[in-house]
Design a protein around this ligand. Sequence first.
Ligand SMILES: [Mg+2]
Length: 386
Amino acid sequence: MGFEDPSLTLSIAGARPIVIKRVDAIPVALPLSQPMKMAHLTITTADNLLVRIESEDGVVGWGEAASAPSLTGETQAGMVATVRDWMAPALIGQDARLRAALMRRLSRAVYAATGSKSAIELALTDLVARTLCVPMALLLGGLFRDSVEPMWLLGGGSADKTVEEARRKKDEGYTFFKLKAGIRPVEEEAACAVAVRRAVGDAMKICADANSGFTAASARRYIAQSTDASLLFLEQALPASELDALTALARESAIPLCSDQSVHSIADIAVHADRGVRGVALKLLKFGGIEPTLKAAALCEARGINMVIAAKIAESSIASAAMAHVACAVPLIDWGVSLTHVYLAEDVVKTKLVMRDGRVALPDGPGFGLTVDEAAVERCRVRALS
Ligand SMILES: [Mg+2]
C-alpha cells in the first residue's frame, strides 16, 4: 500500500533530525506469577506487542501494549500485522521529532487499533527522549511529581486468602488496594471488602473493580453491604452498554462510581460525567497513546472527574514505566496508579521498576528510563506470529 502524504520535514537550527530506519513489531508471551482472575476472564499469560524503533543514528526506542481483545478489539496477531504492514511503512524515513504529526497520519490510515497506536507512540517518544538524553516525562509537558504510589490488585480468591495477601502487601509498603469484584457471590465479596478494611486499618485507600460483573441489583447489594469497607470508589460495576442503569446507580450509590471498559475516548468521558460517574480509568492502550491520554486527563481535570492511571494486566516494565511517566505528568492522581509489571514472572528489562517505602520513583535513565534486555525479549518472542 502507499501513503500519499508528502514526507514531513522540520527545520530547527542546530537540531539533527531523528530519522527512523526500522520498525519491528515483536509479539511476546510473558508469564504471570499467578493467574489473574477477573469477572468473565482469567489471565495466565500476557500476550503483548513490543515495538522497537531504531533511528539512523542507532538509537532504539521501545513501546508496548497488551493485546486485550475484550477491551480494544485487537488480537496479538492483528496488532503485529497492523504495525508491520500498515504503520511501519508510514514511519520509515520520517523524522521522529514529528511524532504528533506522524501519529495523526497513522490515525488517518488505520481506524481504532488503539493498542497498536499506543505501542508505536511510546516507542517514538522513547526514541526522541533517548536521543535528546531526557526523561520521557519532560516531553509530556513536564513533571508534577517524580514518583507514584502504585496500587495492588487484590482478590478473586477466598476472603481469608485475600485478607492474608492484604496484610502482606501492606507490610511491603502498599498504601492503595483495588479489590477485584463481580466474580464470587456478592455477599461474600462485600464481606471480604469489610474484612480487608478491618485488617489493614482506616488509612489504607481501598477501591473495588467489578469489570462489568454486576447486574444493577447485585451492584446495589454490594454497595449496601460493603459500607463498612469505606471504599473510595467502585469501578465498572455494570456492562458498558448499560448506560441508563449506570445513570440510575450513580444517582443513588453511596460509593462514587468509576468507568473503565465503557470509556475509550474523550467523548466517552463527557458522556459518563454527564451521567453522574465521578471517575474514569485512563489506559494508554484504550486511548491510543500518550497524547490522547493527556488530553483525556485535561478534560477530566476541567470536569472535576477523578482519574485512575492504569497499565493493563499485565504489561512489562516498558509500558509500566511509560505509564509512570504519564502519571507524573498528570496533575491529579488521587484515585491511584496501577503498574502491572509486578504481576509478571518474567520481565524484559535489565533492572525492573522497584518500589521503595510504598513509592515507585521514575528511573534515572533517558526515555522511559530502563534498559531493555533484548535476550529476554527473544526468549519471550512468539515465533509463530513473528
Ligand atoms: Mg478496571
